[in-house]
Ligand binder design. Sequence first.
Ligand code: GLC
Ligand code: GLC
Length: 813
Amino acid sequence: MKFGYFDDERKEYVITSPRTPLPWINYLGCESFFSLVSNTCGGYSFYKDAKLLRLTRYRYNNVPFDSNGHYYYIKDGDTIWNPGWMPCKTELDSYLCRHGLGYSTFESSKNGLAATLTAFVPLGAACEINKLSMTNETSSVKSIDLFSYVEFCLWNAMDDMTNYQRNFNIAEVEVHGSEIYHKTEYRERRNHYAVFAVNDAVSGFDTDRDAFLGPYGENSAPKAVCSGESGNSTAHGWAPVGSHHLKLKLEPGEKKELIFILGYVENEQNQKWSGLNEINRAPALAMLNRFNSVEKADFALKELSSHWETLLSRFTLHSTEDKLDRMVNVWHQYQCMVTFNMSRSASYFESGIGRGMGFRDSCQDLLGFVHLIPDRAKERILDIAATQFQNGGAYHQYQPLTKRGNAEVGNGFNDDPLWLIAAAAAYIKETGDFSLLDEQVPYDNNMDVATDFMEHLRRSFHYTLDHLGPHALPLIGRADWNDCLNLNCFSKEPGESFQTYGPSKGPVAESIFIAGMFVRYGKEYVHLCKHKGLTEEAALAENAITDMEKAVIDYGWDGEWFLRAYDAHGQKVGSNECEEGKIYIEPQGFCAMAEIGKEQGLCHKSLDAVKQYLDTKYGIVLLQPCYTKYHLELGEITSYPGGYKENAGIFCHNNPWVSIAETVIGRGNRAWQVYTRTCPAYLEEISEIHRTEPYVYSQMIAGKDAPTFGESKNSWLTGTAAWTFVNVSQFILGIRPDYHGLIIDPCIPPTLQAFQVDRIFRNIHYHIQVHNPDGVEKGIIQLMVDGKVISENTIPYDPSMVGKTVNITAVMG
Ligand code: GLC
Ligand code: GLC
């Protein structure tokens, strides 16, 4: 069953019922100010950091679900309704929610009044704009009362929901006409406030939540709205809100448009005040002045859409598959932007207060984003590297605002350092900018010990070599990619964090997954060493990689597939010898991508085993058989009921690894099957089972052992976004950046007879046509560049073509 449809022309997903199985959300903002907005207008805003600078309040896990947001109430006679249906839930005569690129539009009507609400965050400003249009479609005059409503958060979202003995005393606001200012803590250590304004005269306002809602009131029936009168309240402590009241008279056919702006403003320390306890509003007024008319707001929205047009023009596909085209051209890339911006911080499943930016997560997110805005990717790589330790290890997470490593979670996740090599290689391949390697970058934010970035990579690579176990395989530490395989944890008490409890270091627990990473990204490191003329180091690294391959083949092969790990007792994990958890997906994907044992047929065998033991109609599960008991020696992975999360869920993130690995051995059909099974657009028809948004990936789909097989959770913020885009663009369609040019190497199902890609790569426009007359899965028999046949499948970068178009024709066969 569907709850909407894709509007490919407008690059939107259009939701046709507010009663989606779960809130289906969108992200507004792509620079510093962000809002989450659901299909019923739920959500919240923050500036840069969802934990430390939250503007509006949201209550996770609330009842009813998703019942706080930026709301507009329309009181038309006795009927009170909202353009996004919530929170009044008044039955609407019509309803649509269009989630587009950086904006969401709600189109609804009730009793002959049509409302259109468009929410977006403009480029280059720290605010959200809400344009609300109302049209009287009846033949008589309508007098309506309109109320806006946001609930302010006292900035630190964690403190805001825990520290009431203080927080009920500190709220402060200032009201000037139609501008409501939230200035809690501005008198003391903060230099920022929020403003919520409308571009028209108001007949009343509220800033005190209890005054607006009434004693024991609810946002589904606020006292002010029901009575048609604002309280003109000033918040002193308790819960500050912003609500405007406008009385509007609409003649038959008349349309009225209003611009509401919610903004974040900072002042210099010596310019905080304009009078006694009166904030300096000048920068706020300047911001409001930029957008406070319909023309100005419309212009800002146009700018935003051309920004997206430009970004997406860097990779466009025309094929015979609608669903593939819409994913590649819009939704994959869009989700990559969001995961790049958010890492795992703020979604409807990630509360914004837990994790900041993840070291491994952000490095991977970058893989799918780097082609969009390479400069921002570079900046991010340097930020991440600056949280690395001198021994090459890394803080597992850091806070986006402070860019400091998070000491509570600490380090010791032994895959982390290698992801930095992956990110750096991707950036250099995209841009050709080797100067990244020469940047001076601190360790643990200490500039005194800074080295060039190349040295960071050296330490990343050697971190693995400095942490080898008894089989000469990498020690796992607290965990590798799988945060829940905690082989050195041994937690017995409820509540202990599996990720931080226990010694973190064990003498023997080893990861075959990290071995696969080491081989794959080690090869990139070798390339970079050679580029820098570091021949000795390159030779050393090549030998280390060969040794690692040997160790995997000797000790990491189980007969039919790659082992997952050795535990702290030296016992095998992910082996046929195990009772549960005999086979895991991660080492199959990664070791095959790294081509370990390819000649001996190990890659084929391991991928066949994946198909045989881990496949389901909704994707590949993480392991089989699922764990039914808690295993002290394995940790969190065995804490989940079977079929959920890392315990045999379909953890979407590693499905593309298998798909990529299939392209490495040339099986285009199978790569395609793996790709489409978890691909949102291909799941749209089963939205009642899948339940999360049909336009973006979720972290997990319940596996076949789960009672809710096929149901997904944790949408939006997942490494799946980057990896699936890398998979489909670089390996299935096969348009792959390399250090010295662009590789054309498709691996497709024979049903895809031809396709065309336009790719902007290092400021050259490549217009690429691929023909597959014989319906093969892989292999190019002829490649023509501007009419000339070339013998390799890499189109060398030619700087004289910058700003021009290169025409490529590739014939498969
Ligand atoms: C989560 C984490 C990611 C980890 C994965 C598997 O998505 O953000 O870092 O690799 O789970 O445990
Ligand atoms: C939990 C989740 C895992 C995530 C981790 C982050 O263990 O199951 O997916 O990566 O938390 O700390």
